[in-house]
Design a protein around this ligand. Structure first.
Ligand code: 1HN
Length: 337
């Protein structure tokens, strides 16, 4: 570098300027190249780790007993925008109330007898139920039954990137229940209180019961479904029919016995959790053999396809950041060989 240029760059820097030529000049990338790779987390390892956490991590040590599906290429999180966690609450434990900018979902894996209190409504949860706690909703959990485990999905990595995190511990520690049992279920469907103005961005906190999911699956199971994902059910915003949360779309995917999907790629990153069944997924140049309890991630723009190698249906719980890509016009999708 010439002395003149070097002196010029120092002069620029002293005034908080930077020449574009000072950035690394390389080949322009013609398509997205994610900085994180696909990864699988075995359920066996996850549940063993959580059993140990149950012994050594009390709620005095950690506000929530949570283990993250950490993508090692990232400082934190499962993708750049989303994180999938496992949470455990033991009998008699209370997870204290708080609210934060990050939106969250729960998919209940095991146990019964815990209630989630969300925005003053107490929700009894059971296996396969799916519950949203949208951005800035109060939530606490109380276990009056047996040990419970659920998946927590959050858009916390996105919030970290945006640095928008307001976060408020609840001075009451536990919420007072102010709404009758089943309040939201009864008032956000086809019948709605006319005087209430609903938030047009954040959905109401909502519980989607497994019995309803199972019934819906049984009604659509004979249809062709989607060539890339099989039978897909959206957990829709109950008021608008839009995505689950503004930042994440959650779905149930069912691959029928021996079903093989076609290969595609898209600019949304997707996290899969195997709720039922066993099979194989091909993601980029990797092959993931999965069974119940396993989770894996498909980074944006990586080819992927799924193969249900068993005769029984396979069911995935799925979350992706597609709504975010849609909102900013960044969603693209193509079939691949
Ligand atoms: C959170 O609020 C919960 O409420 C679990 O159960 C995990 C991880 C990061 C930030 C907030 C919960 C969380 C979290």
């Amino acid at each position: 570098m010439s002395e003149v240029l070097k002196a010029f760059e120092e002069e620029l820097q002293s005034k908080n300027f930077k020449g574009y030529w000072q950035n690394q000049q390389g080949d322009v990338k013609r398509e997205p190249v994610p900085s994180f790779d696909s990864c699988m987390w075995k359920g066996k390892d996850l549940f063993a780790a959580m059993e140990k956490a149950g012994d050594v991590v009390g709620l005095d040590v950690s506000f929530r007993r949570v283990i993250q599906m950490w993508n090692p290429a990232l400082k934190n999180g499962t993708t750049r925008t989303l994180v999938l966690n496992l949470q455990m609450l033991k009998p008699g434990e209370n997870a204290l109330s708080h609210r934060h900018m990050a939106g969250a979902i729960r998919f209940i894996l095991k146990g019964h007898g815990t209630r989630l209190i969300v925005e003053g409504e107490s929700i009894e949860i059971g296996e396969g139920d799916f519950v949203t706690t949208p951005s800035w909703t109060w939530h606490d959990h109380e276990n009056r039954g047996e040990t419970m485990m659920w998946l927590d999905g959050l858009d916390a990595p996105l919030v970290r990137l945006l640095e928008t995190d307001f976060h408020e511990p609840d001075p009451r520690r536990k919420q007072t229940v102010t709404k009758p049992e089943g309040y939201t279920q009864a008032t956000v469907g086809a019948l709605r209180p006319a005087w209430l103005k609903q938030d047009s961005i954040q959905p109401p906190a909502f519980c989607y019961k497994w019995a309803d999911t199972e019934r819906a699956l049984s009604k659509v199971g004979e249809q062709p479904g989607d060539p890339y994902d099989g039978i897909v059910l959206d957990y829709a915003n109950p008021l608008t029919g839009g995505p689950t949360l503004p930042t994440m779309a959650c779905q149930i995917h069912m691959l029928r016995g021996s079903e093989k999907t076609k290969s595609h790629r898209h600019t949304a990153s997707v996290i899969y959790h195997v709720w039922r069944g066993s099979g194989v997924s091909y993601v980029g140049d990797k092959r993931f053999e999965w069974e119940q309890g396993d989770s894996f991630v498909v980074p944006l723009w990586q080819n992927h396809r799924h193969d249900n190698t068993s005769k029984d249906p396979a069911i995935f719980f799925v979350m992706s950041d597609k709504p975010l890509m849609d909102a900013i016009g960044h969603y693209r999708e193509e079939a691949t060989a």
